[in-house]
Design a protein. Structure first.
Length: 120
């Protein structure tokens, strides 16, 4: 698969999952959950769905349980909405990139403070 095709498919799946979660999913565990990105394996057999719930990491297990419970419904809706030969298996992951970015920002801030402290 070409990178362009994988990116285009991931974008379509992400858009549709956001719509399904916002307007159609009734599972309260999936309320206020953002899909941050979708990444396909090169063979397009698996879609890794990264998410962020409001409330952060505290709700991770609850939301994962909601996704696992709703997986069949989500796959059915995706099959109906996205033109594809088959619907990939969906794997769900908590998106840790926000915490990583915050940690890096803090490290850069500390370095900047040390740099400014040495100038005095």
């Amino acid at each position: 698969m070409t990178e362009h095709r994988l990116d285009r498919a991931a974008s379509s799946y992400e858009k549709e999952l956001v719509q399904i979660l916002l307007f159609e999913t009734r599972d309260p565990r999936l309320a206020d959950v953002s899909v941050t990105r979708v990444v396909f394996t090169p063979d397009m057999r698996t879609a890794k769905v990264y998410f962020r719930p409001s409330g952060g990491r505290v709700r991770e297990k609850e939301v994962l349980a909601g996704f696992e419970h709703s997986k069949g419904y989500l796959k059915g809706e995706l099959a109906r909405r996205v033109r594809s030969k088959f619907v990939p298996d969906l794997k769900f992951y908590y998106d840790e990139s926000v915490e990583e970015r915050d940690r890096l920002d803090e490290l850069f801030h500390q370095l900047e403070e040390q740099k400014n402290g040495q100038k005095s």
